[in-house]
Design a binder for this molecule. Structure first.
Ligand code: AMP
Ligand code: MG
Length: 365
């Protein structure tokens, strides 16, 4: 940057028409500035991959000096680890304590790191007609997804599933009184797995902006949010093909402040006697939602995009529009169990599918 400005001045010349000649001591000063670590000039790009939140998180920062980039990576690592601990559905921590106390039916003071998550979860459950239902923690545990390793079959018994369904756990069972909450329904067990990554990514992007970093992307296993741009073009991403290992379904330019979230049946699943049992459970049936393979949503709020992708996955090719309308979503793409691609007109305008022979169905929500 500095050296190019010198060249520039050399080319332009002095007002008198004579080339500008820098005095030797100024030249020396410039060398010192250029060689001093941490004083790199823009544009600079720094990348870091963190193993946190149960996934690989790729962060790219642009137009930032190295010192701030390294400090930010370390802070983000610590913040993500903390959020993972605070909101973890089955390990001992604040949400674990909340779940234990919800089961008693009595009033208790909830940890302030968990309360806003419960409130956001309640709002998103309401607007998705409970297709995103973070109160079904018991059901998710029954399916074997409350462990780090992939579960193995057989699937739970019909009776066990029906017994949990009959208790109708819902976010609306939770009553609020300042910092105190209680559940009128002891079957409510919170699992924010369908929203927590979004909440965390929103926080990370907010943090970066507060640090003065305005061009960045935070990508947690394909779910991401951006701020600013990638130089003179938007950030460009690929959306994973739900059935092709390492294949790309579509490419997309992501604008300042947007997040892109995808829910897929390929993320966590096991197969038993030829059937796939994945981790996105339809709270109406108690079984993995079986009409969809993936849903992608773009929204400025990552937590909303995250919960919406899960809810629309459950809603499926016949039900997604009602929820998308209610949530006022503009950008949705759904791949159904037969590989048919359905999307909103706004999504169709900006997404580039890689398979040209698979013509999408474009429908207004
Ligand atoms: P996602 O990958 O964002 O769709 O989130 C899936 C995770 O959310 C699962 O691993 C479960 O922990 C949880 N989950 C599954 N089904 C639902 C549902 N219908 N509503 C809320 N959370 C769910
Ligand atoms: Mg989700």
């Amino acid at each position: 940057m500095i050296s190019s400005s010198i060249r520039h001045r050399d080319n332009v010349g002095s007002p008198s028409g004579e080339p500008v000649r820098l005095k030797p001591h100024l030249l020396f000063l410039l060398f010192v500035i250029l060689l001093t670590p941490g004083c790199q000039q823009t544009p600079h790009e720094y990348k870091r991959t963190l193993l946190v939140f149960g996934t690989l998180v790729n962060i790219t920062l642009r137009d930032v000096d190295e010192e701030l980039a390294q400090k930010s990576f370390e802070q983000i690592r610590q913040d993500l680890e903390l959020m993972h601990f605070l909101w973890h559905p089955w390990k001992r921590g604040p949400l674990g304590r909340t779940n234990a106390l919800l089961a008693t039916g009595g009033w208790f003071s909830v940890n302030v790191s968990v309360l806003p998550v419960i409130e956001k979860g309640r709002d998103l459950a309401r607007i998705t007609n409970n297709l995103f239902n973070p109160a079904i923690g018991k059901l998710i545990a029954l399916w074997g997804y409350h462990q780090d390793e992939p579960p193995t079959g057989p699937p739970p018994s019909k009776e066990a599933i029906e017994q949990l369904l009959a208790q109708h756990p819902r976010m609306s069972d939770i009553e609020f009184d300042g910092l105190r909450i209680r559940s009128r329904n002891p079957a409510v067990q919170l699992d924010f797995g369908a929203m927590a990554k979004g909440l965390a990514i929103d926080r990370v992007i907010d943090y970066l902006r507060r640090q003065g970093i305005h061009n960045a992307i935070v990508n947690a296993g394909g779910d991401l949010k951006v701020t600013g741009s990638h130089g003179d073009r938007p950030w460009r991403i690929g959306i994973r093909h739900p059935r092709k290992q390492d294949g790309v379904l579509a490419a997309l330019d992501v604008n300042d402040g947007e997040s892109v979230f995808t829910s897929g049946d390929y993320e966590r699943f096991y197969e038993y006697e030829g059937r796939r049992y994945h981790h996105i459970i339809d709270p109406r049936t108690g079984y993995p939602a079986d009409q969809t393979t993936s849903v992608t949503v773009i929204h400025t709020n990552a937590a909303t995009a995250d919960a919406a992708a899960t809810a629309l996955f459950v809603a499926g090719p016949d039900g997604w529009q009602a929820i998308a309308r209610k949530m006022q979503l503009r950008y949705v793409m759904l791949v159904d169990k037969n590989g048919r691609i359905i999307m909103t007109p706004a999504m169709a305008k900006r997404i580039a599918l890689t398979e040209i022979d698979n013509k999408p169905v474009v429908i207004e929500p």
